[in-house]
Write a protein that binds this ligand. Structure first.
Ligand SMILES: Cc1ncc(COP(=O)(O)O)c(C=O)c1O
Length: 499
């Protein structure tokens, strides 16, 4: 065996021995069955201690390269098969740090559950499938293919299909927001508004104020932009502007994100007084407000209050809404109303993201709104969703022993519930899924540690019957979990839900 030892190298001698013999075995220079020299002989030949050779042989044995038996010495084994060349690209290590941190496996699981027919899902905010005006859309599709032809399926301007921008400008103007066609930017869902605003306004480390709780999809948009997210609590009158005042003073945020009307998830409605206070504070500290008005048209008890944008006299509010909740989330069409200088910048960001939103969907929606179907569909939706909200509230009220608290929302898609603090949400979700019902764990709606234990229940998508069955199952699971949980007080929960 041709082995030389380098005594000047920092590598221990036994390691040099292992490395050299390993090389010879793997290269085939020492074939299977070859007997290595006895330890004492090799030690003498190399001028090293016998224990050094012993350690090297032991390590070679541990590596599965040799075997030794008393009386038969140490023999080379068949070299192990080489490992597969590439096991896979280590993608997770390559992601930006902010992306890697924004992964929440619970949300992926919930999307998977939403596709299972045997599970009643209260977890995702979708419209009722029975309400979708499929016939009208089918008719419009045929008409438009006939009348418009190929442009229906080709590119449209990044700002959006101009006739759709026109009808949106008239629609919002009737709701107190004075918008020209040129102020309207069509978005690929209002989710894109969050992303584009984050790209255009947020540098890493900038502070973004969100409500606590907030729309769960806003958090990844701001996190990917590496914003520092600060939560301001929401009570039944919306964002606590007294707390906001102090956050503005101490953190100088770059942006305030709010849903003043039928907030997702809490259902809260910001009072008129607080809307005015918020505008005043934003003006004093010169901070733009991103108003997400996704749910204000889904009002079930009286009219919604004027939007911040309608009250805004400084053009400080970036307003966004969507067709996803009243009509088709799959069209991915939402819109923003913003000052011209902001619109130009958002357009540049949008060109980098998707060039423009879905042309076909924009043509269809334009006709749907222009011909008055949107208004009548909205009326029908309100009636149906009011019924479903009442059905869910009644089902939840049926069993007050379950230690679950909630307030009936005046609009929107969700009932926000508080349960005993001691209940583990992941275990509860797993048990509920086994019984065939799922909900959104409230912690997904907080940027930091939640101040309590909450669940968000969607009532727009499941039928009234499914709501009854699903709530009963859920209350059973919560009841069982409450028995095991640490009690919050002798008489059960006493703190009001954050709505
Ligand atoms: C408050 C809020 N903003 C934005 C969105 C995103 O909606 P879209 O489908 O228009 O992207 C949602 C969807 O649930 C939402 O609740």
């Amino acid at each position: 065996m041709d082995i030389t030892i380098d005594r000047k190298s920092g590598e221990p001698i036994y390691r040099q021995l292992v490395r050299r013999i390993q090389e010879m075995i793997l290269s085939g220079a020492l074939p299977e069955g070859f007997r290595l020299p006895p330890e004492r002989r090799l030690a003498e030949a190399l001028g090293v201690n016998r224990s050094t050779v012993l350690s090297a042989y032991r390590e070679l044995k541990a590596l599965g390269l040799v075997d030794s038996h008393v009386g038969r010495g140490t023999a080379v084994l068949r070299p192990p098969a080489p490992p597969p060349a590439v096991v896979g690209v280590p993608w997770r290590q390559l992601f930006r740090e902010s992306v890697a941190r924004s992964h929440d496996p619970i949300l992926a699981d919930l999307l998977a559950f939403s596709e299972r027919k045997d599970i009643i899902s209260f977890s995702i905010g979708l419209p009722a499938p029975e309400l979708l005006p499929l016939e009208t859309i089918g008719r419009f599709t045929t008409e438009l293919l006939d009348e418009v032809g190929p442009p229906l399926l080709l590119h449209c301007p990044t700002e959006g299909h101009t006739p759709l921008r026109e009808v949106i400008a008239s629609w919002v103007t009737a709701r107190g927001i004075h918008a020209r066609t040129s102020d309207v930017l069509i978005l690929s869902g209002s989710q894109q508004g969050l992303d584009l605003v984050a790209r255009v306004f947020i540098d890493p480390g900038d502070v973004v104020v969100v409500e606590e709780p907030t729309y769960l999809g806003a958090l990844p948009a701001f996190r990917v932009a590496q914003a520092r997210i600060i939560g301001v609590p929401v009570d039944r009158d919306g964002m606590r502007t007294d707390v906001l005042a102090s956050v503005l003073e101490h953190h100088r945020p770059k942006l305030i994100y709010t849903q003043p009307t039928y907030q997702n998830p809490s259902g809260a409605v910001m009072s008129l007084e607080r809307r005015r206070h918020l505008l005043e504070l934003a003006s004093r500290w010169n901070v733009p407000i991103l108003e997400d008005d996704t749910y204000s048209e889904l009002n079930y008890d009286g009219d919604a209050l004027p939007s911040l944008k309608a009250l805004d006299e400084e053009d400080r509010v970036l307003y966004q809404s969507t067709f996803s909740k009243v009509l088709f989330p799959g069209f991915r069409v939402g819109y923003a109303i913003v000052p011209p200088v902001v619109l130009r910048q958002l357009v540049l960001a949008k060109q980098g993201a998707d060039l423009h939103s879905n042309s076909f969907g924009q043509y269809l929606l334009e006709r749907f709104v222009r011909e008055g179907h949107f208004a009548s569909h909205l009326e029908r939706s309100r009636t149906e969703y009011r019924r479903r909200r009442d059905a869910m509230a009644a089902a939840l009220e049926r069993d007050r022993s379950s230690a679950l608290e909630f307030e009936r929302p005046l609009g929107g898609f969700y009932i926000w519930c508080r349960i005993s603090d001691g209940i583990d949400q992941s275990a509860l979700l797993a048990n509920a899924a086994q019984r065939g019902v799922v909900f959104l764990p409230g912690r997904a709606c907080f940027a930091a540690e939640p101040p309590g234990n909450f669940l968000r229940l969607n009532f727009s998508h499941p039928s009234e019957e499914a709501i009854g069955v699903g709530v009963q199952r859920l209350l059973e699971v919560i009841g069982e979990a409450s028995v095991l949980a640490r009690p919050r007080g002798a008489n059960g929960p006493t703190t009001s839900p954050v709505v």
